[in-house]
Design a protein around this ligand. Structure first.
Ligand code: FE2
Length: 276
């Protein structure tokens, strides 16, 4: 675990801080969910050993700065009674503002095609443990509109686009919170790394790059019409100043369209963002 300090210039009257974490992937399960889930928890827990320490450090840091915690998804690795109980407890003790990730609705990790129908099997009970709507909601902090949007399955839904457009009408500067970052060339290169073929796990990668770099199965991530539309809207909307995201499990900072600051925060990083 570590703390990273990031400064983002968006032109606020009074500088303020938020604490950003992502992808903590809690892996609790017990026999209330049955043996299969307990086995899944055992398997998955080895990858996310610092989840509790990261959550604790975020809570402590947020308290120190009197700042909210922004979480950009995959707080839980899968849906279980024990995971949801733990999330509820954390939500009750902190000032947490949440954007859903793909794992929020995973019943068994990687078992099925994850789409709206799959998500809706657990949406109500997952949503019930959070204070804000984890698929589309907003919160104003020091005159800045923080908007949490769900893009966990590499697409945005029409209702999410409609929500964003309505929020823009408030006329406040905007910071978007979304699980999956938007494509931009430097992040694409970093995410692809040394792989010759594979997915960069980003939103709205061009077809040309996908043809060149992807395995056919990764075409499932191809942006649909609404996703293209919302990305175009985001890059051309001057009120949108920054994006905070996760999903990639590494730390990165860059700009989308040379204008919008985009930060990616890893599973074990507590990022203190100062907006100036
Ligand atoms: Fe994740």
């Amino acid at each position: 675990m570590s703390i990273i300090e990031t400064k983002i210039e968006i032109g606020v009257k009074k500088p303020f801080r938020v604490v950003h974490i992502s992808d903590t992937h809690l892996t609790y399960a017990d026999m209330r969910d049955g043996e299969r889930k307990v086995a899944l928890a055992e398997r998955r827990s080895q990858y996310f050993k610092e989840a509790e320490d990261t959550l604790a450090l975020a809570a402590e840091t947020a308290k120190r700065y009197d700042a909210p915690i922004l979480h950009t998804g995959d707080l839980s690795d899968f849906v279980s009674v024990a995971n949801l109980e733990r999330v509820k407890q954390y939500v009750e003790k902190t000032d947490l503002f949440m954007a859903a990730g793909n794992h929020e609705f995973s019943l068994y990790v990687g078992e099925a095609k994850e789409d709206a129908a799959y998500r809706n099997q657990s949406l109500a009970k997952v949503q019930a443990v959070y204070r804000n709507d984890i698929r589309a909601s907003s919160r104003t902090v020091e005159g800045v509109n923080f908007i949490a949007l769900d893009n966990g399955y590499y697409q945005f839904d029409a209702e999410v686009l409609a929500f964003l457009k309505k929020e823009v009408e408030k006329g406040l500067p905007i910071v978007l919170m979304m699980h999956t970052p938007l494509y931009e060339p430097a992040l694409y290169q970093k995410a692809l790394g040394a792989k010759k073929k594979g997915s960069a796990y980003l939103i709205d990668v061009s077809e040309e790059l996908m043809e060149r770099d992807y395995d056919p199965r990764h075409f499932a991530q191809k942006a649909d019409a609404v996703t293209h539309e919302i990305v175009e809207y985001i890059v051309s909307q001057p009120l949108i100043k920054a994006i905070v995201s996760g999903h990639l499990h590494f730390d990165f900072e860059s700009k989308v369209a040379d204008r919008i600051s985009q930060v990616v925060t890893s599973c074990t990083t507590v990022r203190v963002i100062e907006f100036v």
